[in-house]
Write a protein that binds this ligand. Structure first.
Ligand code: RAM
Length: 351
C-alpha cells in the first residue's frame, strides 16, 4: 500500500474540521443556486457537482475538495442533485454558469447528456474537470481518475473467484446504466472472464442488476438477485449498493458472499463478520483534494489539461497529466486499495 495512512488521517482530520464548519461555508446540501460570492479576497470559486447529495461517498470526496480550495485560497461550492440523474446536474451547471464560477468539477450521471451544458461553460471560460465518473473528453479539460479502471474491473472478478473457490455464479449489483465509471469497470470485468474462459468456467456472471445508487432500490435489487440459487457471490462496484447488499445478506442470513467497492467505515462490520471477506476502494478524500488542486492549476494557467502538463497537488506532490482510455486526458490518483481482516481496523476510522 503506497499511500501513507498517517497522511490520509491528517488529510481526513483537516477535512473533518472543515465539515464542522461546513454549515458556515458557501457549500450546502441544496440544489438551489447559491448567492454570488461576496468575499472580495477570493478570486476563484470552484464548484463541486456530485452524482447525488445523499451519498456519503460523494460527501467525503467533497471534504478533500474543500480542503484543497481552502489551501489554494479559492471558494468551494457544494452542489449536487437529489437523485443520480443528469437533468438536475444540467440545471445546477446552468446556474453555476450564470454565477460565473471559475471552475466546475463534476461526476457524470450521463456523459452525453451533460456535454452541451459543459461545452457552453467551457466557451464561457469556465474550467471543467470530471472526477469519479468521466464526462466526454470534448466536454472537459481533464478527468481525475481514482485508480486504473482495468485493474479495478479485473480485480473485482478475481476477488469473487477467490471468495467462491472457483465455483459459483457471480451477480453484479451496479449503480445506473449511464454511469461512465461503473460501465467501464463492467467492461473490464467481462473482459477478465472472456479472456480466461478456462479459469472462469464455473464462475459465470449470471445476473447484472441496477440499484441506481439508491439505497432502497439497491436493497430490492439485491433481494431479486438472491432469488437465483446460482448466485453465490455479489460484486457491488458502488458503495451505496455494497452497503445495501451487505445489510440484505445479513438480515436474510444468506450464505451468498459479497465483494466490491465500499467505504471501510461502512463495510468494517461485514468484513469482520465474514459477509464481505474483501472490499476495495481508493483514497476518496484524496480524489477531491486532487480535483481541487487540478482545478486551481487550470484556473491560474499553470496547465491547460493537455497530456504532459505538470503541476503541484499540495500534500499529494507533483502530478503529470496522462492519456485516458477514452482518448482525453486524465490525472491519476493512485492505487486500488484492498481492505480485509488484516487491515480493516486501521482503515475503518479513516473514511
Ligand atoms: C458510489 C458511486 C461512485 C463509485 C463509488 C465506489 O458511491 O457510485 O461513483 O465510484 O461508489
Amino acid at each position: 500500500m503506497r499511500t501513507s495512512i498517517r497522511k490520509i488521517i491528517s488529510i481526513s482530520c483537516a477535512a473533518m474540521m472543515c465539515i464542522a464548519a461546513l454549515s458556515g461555508c458557501v457549500g450546502n446540501n441544496s440544489t438551489e443556486p447559491s448567492p454570488e460570492v461576496e468575499n472580495t479576497n477570493i478570486t476563484n470559486t470552484y464548484a463541486f457537482v456530485g452524482k447525488d447529495i445523499q451519498n456519503p461517498y460523494m460527501q467525503t470526496v467533497y471534504e478533500g475538495f474543500e480542503t484543497a480550495c481552502r489551501e489554494t485560497g479559492a471558494q468551494a461550492l457544494y452542489k449536487s442533485p437529489e437523485v443520480t440523474t443528469p437533468e438536475k446536474q444540467i440545471e445546477i451547471i446552468e446556474s453555476l454558469i450564470e454565477q460565473k464560477v471559475s471552475g466546475i468539477a463534476v461526476a457524470a450521471n450521463d456523459a452525453d447528456a451533460l456535454s452541451p451544458v459543459l461545452q457552453k461553460a467551457m466557451n464561457d471560460g469556465i474550467k471543467i474537470i470530471s472526477f469519479d465518473s468521466a464526462v466526454n473528453k470534448d466536454a472537459r479539460q481533464t478527468h481525475i481518475q481514482q485508480a486504473d479502471p482495468e485493474k479495478i474491473g479485473r480485480e473485482l472478478i478475481r476477488a469473487a473467484y477467490e471468495i467462491v473457490g472457483g465455483n459459483g455464479g457471480i451477480a453484479i449489483l451496479t449503480s445506473t446504466d449511464q454511469a461512465t465509471n461503473q460501465n467501464l469497470w463492467l467492461d473490464y470485468m467481462n473482459k477478465e472472464i472472456s479472456e480466461n474462459p478456462e479459469k472462469y468456467a464455473n464462475t459465470p456472471v449470471v445476473s447484472v442488476a441496477y440499484g441506481d445508487d439508491d439505497f432502497t432500490k439497491s436493497t430490492t435489487e439485491t433481494k431479486g438477485l438472491l432469488a437465483n440459487d446460482d448466485v453465490k457471490v455479489i460484486i457491488a462496484p458502488t458503495s451505496v449498493g455494497m452497503l445495501a447488499a451487505a445489510q440484505v445478506l445479513e438480515e436474510e442470513e444468506s450464505d451468498v458472499k459479497l465483494t466490491g467497492l465500499g467505504m471501510p467505515s461502512q463495510m468494517a462490520p461485514y468484513i469482520e463478520n465474514g459477509i464481505s471477506p474483501m472490499v476495495f476502494l481508493w483514497n476518496i478524500v484524496d480524489i477531491g483534494y486532487l480535483a481541487g488542486y487540478t482545478m486551481d492549476a487550470l484556473a491560474d494557467g499553470t496547465i491547460t489539461g493537455a497530456v504532459g502538463d505538470s503541476f503541484n497537488a499540495g500534500t499529494l506532490g507533483g502530478r503529470t497529466i496522462s492519456v485516458d482510455s477514452d482518448g482525453g486526458s486524465e490525472v491519476m490518483l493512485g492505487d486500488l486499495l484492498k481492505f480485509d481482516s488484516t487491515n480493516i481496523a486501521q482503515w475503518k476510522d479513516v473514511y
